[in-house]
Design a protein around this ligand. Structure first.
Ligand SMILES: NC(=O)c1ccc[n+]([C@@H]2O[C@H](COP(=O)([O-])OP(=O)(O)OC[C@H]3O[C@@H](n4cnc5c(N)ncnc54)[C@H](OP(=O)(O)O)[C@@H]3O)[C@@H](O)[C@H]2O)c1
Length: 336
């Protein structure tokens, strides 16, 4: 008897925040494998802000998810069947397996991971795509140097929390911007940031003046919008602004809000540069080894916010846009 695969397929392109009716929850039997393929039982799925962009039509760094297609998502699981000599039954793996219970892959973009070193969800978090984004975004795009003043927005999230901790490891002064007292307390008390600004209750401009009296050398931007504009007004000469994301703009039904303070780049001989983590894929292994070392030494903490149940996907995804996730948002599909 073939296994039955439950999955979420894109029903229509959302306008604003995705709605339940933008998805179809379907079931179909798992087809037999062809030569070279593996069958993966999906255990954990990574829910990422970028998924909102993948649902839109138009040119981007990856093609949009087509109407009727299984929603694209990074995930981790276990190989159940293999017709590929590179993978054995029982291997734990990560890849773009989608929002579904079973995935068939040809093995090309599938990575074996070892749960002796870290639990599986951590490979979707600090030792996975978000951690790589923080590492390469800060160290390469941001050209971070010891002793600099770094500001990070989305600071309690999957990417931001890792970026802030890496900046501390590199001997920088780190100020995080996050929503709410609990997230602000966490990044200072538990992650060792020097200061936190609660953008929901504080005047960000004043707080930046207070915490970065000499200005900002590196701004790692995860949110865009007003916060980007406010930080731009307080950069130092030669500052680097890393455009990692702009979550405040992803569900806009009006055009994306650009920074009106961009002439600060001119005055300060500063730069603002976008980064896409996938461009660094060839060096993920090296970065993950270094980050695993920091984790083993207790210098880098990983936090996952795990929600159980594939069927909760449409609502769980929205936690990202409501600021309800605390740590890397992961959907748990099955125990083992
Ligand atoms: N360039 C790349 O290759 C790459 C790769 C991965 C991720 N990213 C980007 O990195 C950013 C963070 O991703 P993540 O996976 O780490 O997500 P995350 O930070 O774990 O979760 C999203 C967080 O964004 C904040 N947020 C939501 N709406 C906001 C708004 N209107 N204004 C300000 N903050 C808002 C919320 O935190 P608060 O409670 O603090 O508001 C929420 O918890 C996203 O922009 C994502 O697209 C880029």
């Amino acid at each position: 008897m073939p296994q039955i695969n439950h999955q979420f397929r894109l029903a229509q392109r959302p306008v604003g925040l995705p709605k339940r009716s933008d998805w179809n929850y379907m079931e179909e039997p798992v087809r037999p494998l062809a030569e070279g393929e593996i069958l993966v039982k999906v255990l954990y799925i990574s829910l990422d802000p970028a998924m909102r962009g993948w649902m839109n039509d138009g040119r981007s760094y990856v093609p949009p998810v087509g109407i009727g297609e299984v929603m694209r998502a990074g995930a981790a699981g276990r190989v159940m069947e293999s017709k590929n000599p590179g993978f054995a039954v029982g291997d734990t793996v990560t890849g773009l397996f989608g929002i579904q219970e079973y995935a068939i892959a040809d093995g090309k973009a599938v990575t074996k991971v070892d749960t002796k070193f870290a639990p599986l969800p951590v490979y979707l978090s600090t030792l996975g795509m978000p951690g790589m984004t923080a590492y390469f975004g800060l160290l390469e795009t941001g050209e971070l140097k010891t002793g600099e003043t770094v500001v990070i927005s989305g600071a309690a999230g999957a990417v931001g929390a890792v970026a802030g901790q890496i900046a501390k490891i590199k001997g920088c002064t780190v100020v995080g911007i996050a929503g709410g007292a609990e997230k602000c307390r966490y990044i200072v008390k538990e992650l060792g940031f020097d200061a936190a600004i609660d953008y929901k209750s504080e005047d960000v401009r004043k707080a930046l003046h207070q915490h970065c009296p000499n200005g900002v050398d590196v701004y790692f931007d995860n949110v865009g919008g007003d916060i980007l504009d406010t930080v731009l007004a307080q950069i130092r000469r030669g500052a680097r602004i890393v455009i990692c994301g702009a979550i405040s703009q992803y569900n806009n039904t009006t055009p994306v809000q650009g920074p009106s303070n961009y002439l600060s780049l001119l005055v300060n001989r500063a730069s603002m540069k976008g980064m896409i983590v996938f461009d660094h894929a060839a060096r993920y292994g090296q970065a993950a080894r270094e980050m695993a070392g920091w984790m083993a030494e207790g210098k880098l903490k990983s936090r996952e916010d795990i929600v159980a149940g594939l069927e909760t996907f449409p609502d769980t995804l929205l936690k990202l846009f409501r600021g309800e996730n605390f740590g890397k948002l992961v959907l748990k599909v099955a125990e083992s």
